[in-house]
Write a protein that binds this ligand. Structure first.
Ligand SMILES: [Zn+2]
Ligand SMILES: [Zn+2]
Length: 144
């Protein structure tokens, strides 16, 4: 829904949105096909605002063109759209977009841009904070 709204607002009707099955990157902007895709796999494991951020990132790519990469023109446009992720990166790998992976004792996974400042427990295991289900955070960039 967001993706379609963003495309209508910022791009033209030649652009489309879809999900893909990637597991190693979060979002992709295919300039040749004029198509923005987001990994269904990772979107299901991320928070709404994080998925929204990935969309803004990719829409900014679509707006400025493939040659700009993550240069200053792209950065300015992404900021205007409301993208808050700061770093430049050479690929749209999931490890660049969302750095932190939290795992609960039962093995549920979440992916976050920022490491939570307070202890967080697994929302699947318990709707409210429960020390038993505290997430362990892994720096996905250090892991790869
Ligand atoms: Zn990018
Ligand atoms: Zn859990």
């Amino acid at each position: 829904m967001w993706a379609d709204a963003l495309i209508r607002l910022h791009l033209d009707s030649s652009w489309s949105f879809g999900f893909d099955h990637a597991k190693t990157r979060f979002g992709q902007c295919d300039h040749a096909k004029r198509r923005i895709t987001v990994s269904r796999y990772l979107a299901a494991r991320a928070e709404d605002d994080e998925v929204h951020q990935v969309l803004l990132h990719e829409v900014a790519h679509a707006m400025v063109g493939v040659r700009e990469g993550h240069g200053p023109v792209w950065k300015k446009r992404a900021r205007e759209l409301g993208y808050v992720g700061g770093r430049t990166h050479s690929s749209d790998a999931a490890t660049d977009h969302a750095r932190w992976r939290g795992v609960c004792p039962a093995g549920h996974e979440v992916i976050r841009f920022r490491r939570p400042s307070k202890p967080t427990s697994c929302a699947v295991c318990s709707p409210r904070f429960d020390r038993q289900f505290v997430m362990t955070w892994h720096d996905r960039r250090a892991a790869s």
